[in-house]
Design a protein around this ligand. Structure first.
Ligand code: NAP
Length: 298
């Protein structure tokens, strides 16, 4: 029988730890964990994400600050806001919601103070992950969440296991591959130029798909007994639900792959809920470091 990982459940237990460690830090050192979320423009999806991040931050007992800027905001104005937040001692985590509206350039903006870079996207934190420094760095939230699932199934040490990550984005594929490598897996990164992708995937004890192509990974791509982590979020037509209706699917053909894999994450309800949870986890880690305390492990 395949195990379907309940991402909501795992995320709820991460949030529980965030809440208790936030309260303990406040009691011990008088420090309230602070998260600032910056959103530019009117994209409804981005506003929905930011709304749930700010709500969750409050629920965790954080000081939660949201800066909503108009789409016409200039690059220098946004950079000035980030500089103010970098210098604000009551803020331990800064998140600038991406994508930024055109013509703003996100690259210089995501280089927030690395100690407050709770999205883990700055070159400093990407470099720390690449050099195996998980003690002082902060890791991008979605791969950090996917790795919680991997550890739940396989433990801390992935020695002898083959992992294949499909996708090589800075946001997900590269940091995911680094996390697996740090845990001693033998890692292959596949992408759009990979030859014989199905064959490469069949070698994986741990297969992670982050492509953005609905149900691309089929049952005959999967090694029997593998762990399959589906990061893709794709909206597809669902005429069975009524005219014009849609539904979410991952990059993995869930029903058929469930017949082969031993552990699988669903979409929705798998990796998705972990992203916000790990953002909260990164923020309370950053706050502990700022207070000179040992941060919790997630
Ligand atoms: P991305 O930047 O578009 O990267 C997609 C990757 O897939 C690229 O490396 C690309 O290869 C590769 N690819 C494209 N077509 C392929 C093919 N036919 N065969 C093999 N590889 C192929 O996307 P991303 O930001 O990493 O996100 C990937 C998916 O994860 C999306 O569905 C996104 O919505 C989802 N996601 C979910 C969460 C969450 O759950 N919270 C967070 C982040 C992302 P090249 O590099 O060669 O172009």
């Amino acid at each position: 029988m395949v195990e379907v990982i309940d991402g909501k459940n795992v995320a709820a237990s991460v949030i529980q730890t965030v809440k208790s460690t936030t309260a303990a830090l406040e009691k011990m050192s008088g420090l309230t964990t602070g998260l600032a979320v910056v959103i530019v423009g009117d994209d409804p999806a981005s506003h929905a994400y930011v709304g749930s991040k700010s709500r969750m931050a409050k629920e965790c007992g954080f000081k939660s600050v949201q800066h909503t800027l108009p789409a016409e905001t200039k690059q220098e104005e946004l950079a000035a806001l980030v500089a103010t937040l970098n210098a604000d001692p009551s803020i331990h985590g800064i998140l600038v919601q991406l994508p930024l509206p055109k013509p703003l350039d996100s690259e210089p903006i995501i280089q927030v103070d690395p100690e407050k870079d709770v999205d883990g996207l700055s070159v400093v934190n990407a470099g720390k992950l690449a050099t195996g420094d998980l003690k002082t760095g902060l890791v991008s939230c979605t791969p950090a969440g996917a790795m919680v699932f991997v550890r739940r199934t396989h433990g801390e040490d992935l020695s002898g296991l083959n992992a294949v990550v499909i996708g090589r984005s800075n946001l997900f594929g590269k940091p995911m591959a680094q996390l697996l490598l740090n845990a001693n897996a033998t890692v292959t990164i596949a992408h759009s130029r990979t030859k014989n992708l199905a064959e490469v995937c069949r070698n994986a004890d741990i297969l992670v798909a982050a492509v953005g192509r609905p149900e691309m990974v089929k049952a005959d791509w999967v090694k029997p007994g593998a762990t399959v982590i589906d990061v893709g979020i794709n909206r597809v037509p669902a005429p069975e639900k009524g005219e014009g209706k849609t539904r979410l699917v991952g990059d993995v053909a869930f029903a058929e792959v469930s017949e082969v894999a031993s552990t699988i994450t669903p979409v929705p309800g798998g990796v998705g809920p972990m992203t916000i949870a790990m953002l909260m986890a990164n923020t309370v880690i950053a706050a502990h470091r700022a207070a000179g305390q040992v941060p919790p492990k997630f």
